[in-house]
Design a protein around this ligand. Structure first.
Ligand code: SF4
Length: 103
């Protein structure tokens, strides 16, 4: 059985950027990530379509004081981007929402 997830060059950059940003905060961010994965699993791994992801990213970049140009939310520490690879993109997971209630 093969894996049908293609990690693009952009995805790799996001992962590398995320790892460098984790630093000493790796434990709390990992806990948040595991919790997000658990909630997402309960939805049957449902994802948002590209148009919804783009609209939400516009909200993050509007600008929001918590948005980091590297594609992160400084409020929750999650990656927010257009990646189709939901495990590195909070916006893609249908179970995730803005901690400030913006989406
Ligand atoms: S998820 Fe919410 S708080 Fe974080 S950057 Fe986006 S709009 Fe701002």
């Amino acid at each position: 059985m093969g894996c049908d997830v293609n990690i693009t060059k952009d995805d790799r950059a996001i992962i590398q950027g995320g790892l460098s940003r984790l630093g000493i905060n790796i434990f709390p961010l990992t806990v948040l990530w595991v919790n997000a994965m658990w909630k997402w699993k309960e939805t049957g791994y449902e994802i948002r379509p590209d148009n919804e992801v783009a609209a939400i990213l516009d909200i993050c970049q509007e600008p929001c004081a918590f948005y980091d140009d590297g594609g992160y939310c400084k409020r929750c520490g999650c990656s927010v981007n257009k990646s189709k690879f939901a495990v590195i993109n909070k916006i893609r997971m249908i179970s995730e929402h803005c901690p400030e209630g913006k989406w």
